[in-house]
Ligand binder design. Structure first.
Ligand code: HEC
Length: 155
């Protein structure tokens, strides 16, 4: 009988622990939603302000008028020291694009420097944060493009 009592106490305590721990993920869920929401705002801004030129969906290499963000992001990750450096050098470039400070020399040769545009700095901050945090799809033609470059063929 004593044993049964102890077992009952254990079950009840476990139940209580579970019941309280179930409340914690709820809180996390709301933060998740907030993150997803601000992320989708940034994604919309990116679509609106950048994808006119940088979009790769359904495009062949010949149809591109700017480098894919897959390559832009990779290059900036390679050449920057940390998140802060990534963001500030991208911000500097986008606000004041100049061929001599570009990190993508191949893109400069192919397309010329990105046109200077009037971007809202707060929006740009969100867009760049999104680019830093999210991988972009590699276009189907990209590996062949790089292989050609490695052979020294510009195209
Ligand atoms: C009107 C077309 C156009 C739009 C819109 C545009 N870009 Fe570009 N972008 C280009 C072209 C062309 C290049 C390639 C030449 C170069 O590197 O400057 C480029 C290159 C870049 C690079 C690489 C720069 C480097 O170091 O060589 C970054 C970063 C970039 N764009 C970010 C952005 C962001 C962020 C947006 C939106 C806020 C955006 N672009 C909107 C045309 C555009």
């Amino acid at each position: 009988m004593e044993r049964l009592k102890i077992n009952l106490i254990i079950v009840l305590t476990l139940g209580l622990v579970f019941a309280t721990s179930c409340n914690t993920p709820k809180k996390d869920k709301t933060t998740d939603v907030a993150i997803i929401k601000s992320d989708s705002i940034a994604k919309n801004l990116l679509e609106l302000k950048c994808m006119l030129c940088h979009n790769t969906a359904g495009k062949t290499e010949e149809q591109m008028i700017a480098p894919p963000f897959f390559a832009v992001r990779r290059q900036y990750l390679r050449f920057s020291m940390d998140e802060q450096d990534f963001k500030s050098s991208m911000r500097n470039y986008v606000l004041e694009p100049q061929a001599d400070k570009a990190m993508m020399k191949g893109a400069i040769d192919k397309f010329g420097a990105m046109p200077k545009q009037d971007f809202d700095e707060k929006e740009l901050e969100q867009i760049i944060d999104y680019i830093y945090k999210n991988p972009f799809p590699k276009p189907a033609w990209f590996d062949a493009h790089e292989a050609m470059h490695r052979k020294g063929i510009q195209h």
